[in-house]
Each structure stands twice: as C-alpha cells, then as structure tokens.
Design a protein around this ligand. Structure first.
Ligand SMILES: [Zn+2]
Length: 199
C-alpha cells in the first residue's frame, strides 16, 4: 500500500502498521506527539534512529540486540547444554521476562505453514541443526505455539534433530491452543517450561 505524501498522514499510516495499532490509536499517538514535539516527538525520532542503527539479529540465536552475539549468548552463567527453540523474538523476550529459562535460545523466525507457503528453508532450521551438531547441547526444548502450524513444526524439528542424539522436550500442557507465548503470564510460562515432557 502506498504511503500518503502529507507528513502527518504518512506518520499515521506507518504507525497503523504496528501490532496493536489501528488507524484510530495511531492518530491519537501522532496528535500527542505533535502537541509535545520537544518532550515526545524529537526524542522518539532520535530513539528510533538510534535503535535502527544499533540493533541487529544475533548471528547465533536470532535474538535482537545491540551486540552480536547477543547478551544471552555471551552470558557465562547460562546453561549452554540447554537450548530453547522459539517461533519469534517476542517469545524469547517473554521467557526472559518470566526468568523461566536459564539456557540459550534459537529463534526460528516463524512456523512451517502449508497454507502460508512457509517451508523449512524459510526458517532458521538448518542453522539450528548445524548449531546442535557443532556444540555440546544435550537438550532442545521446543517452545512453539500450540497451533496446528506450531505442532507441525515441532514434529518436523523432532525428526530433523533425532539423528543428533539430543534429548528433545516440549512445553507442558497449560499453553492455550492458538496462544502465543508472549501473551501468557510469567507464572504460566514458567510452569509450562518446568513441567516440560519428551516430544
Ligand atoms: Zn544470541
């Protein structure tokens, strides 16, 4: 969709593309910024530019951070034998907020979807297999959404990971069907991870 030339409409149209923002909330946010340019609009523009320049995907796990490798990957206190596979960075951040996982992560960048035309080569699956083969990882936790696509992906990954000999587990029940990890409360997430079972 083409963006409008008028700067205010342009801004509204851009904001309206963000998750959780419709045109109505985008318009309200833009109005607030226009009314407080020094307190909101200019600092926000600066923060956006700074973040866009500084943040990139971690070349090991796919997390978004100002460092590469990211803070999680270089943290010496992490349990390096444990890798939690998630659909997206939002899930990684949710697990970090809940302090539910002490190991490392691997972000797939989506789930397999026959309808959506997403195949294994579209996701970070080959890098995951290579990573498991090259390191001393002992357990892979599949923390994927409880959707049809999430289950398909978990199945596929379990098959691909089997030859590496790694232990494969998945989140316990308690993750609602179709529920994305990042909307779960921290306690539910921690419990689901703690009570994980063989995949
Ligand atoms: Zn990382």
């Amino acid at each position: 969709m083409a963006l409008p030339n008028d700067p205010v409409e342009h801004l509204i149209a851009l904001l309206a593309r963000l998750p959780g923002y419709g045109r109505r909330s985008a318009r309200r946010a833009v109005l607030k910024m226009l009314q407080e340019p020094d307190r909101l609009m200019r600092p926000l523009a600066g923060a956006l530019t700074e973040a866009a320049a500084a943040v990139k995907p971690c070349s090991i796990c796919g997390n978004l951070d100002t460092r590469d490798p990211c803070q999680v990957c270089i943290d010496p206190h992490r349990e390096k034998k444990l890798v939690c596979v998630v659909e997206g960075v939002a899930d990684l951040w949710a697990l970090e907020r809940a302090q539910a996982h002490r190991g490392l992560y691997h972000v797939l960048g989506g789930t397999l979807s026959a309808l959506g035309g997403v195949g294994p080569e579209d996701l970070s699956i080959n890098p995951l297999i290579a990573r498991i083969e090259a390191s001393g990882v002992e357990e892979v936790i599949l923390a994927l959404p409880a959707t049809v696509d999430g289950a398909t992906t978990a199945h596929y990954l379990a098959d691909r990971l089997k030859p590496t000999g790694v232990t494969i587990t998945r989140l316990a029940q308690g993750v609602p069907i179709g529920g994305m990890l990042d909307v779960l409360d921290d306690g539910t997430l921690a419990a689901a991870l703690k009570a994980r079972r063989p995949a």
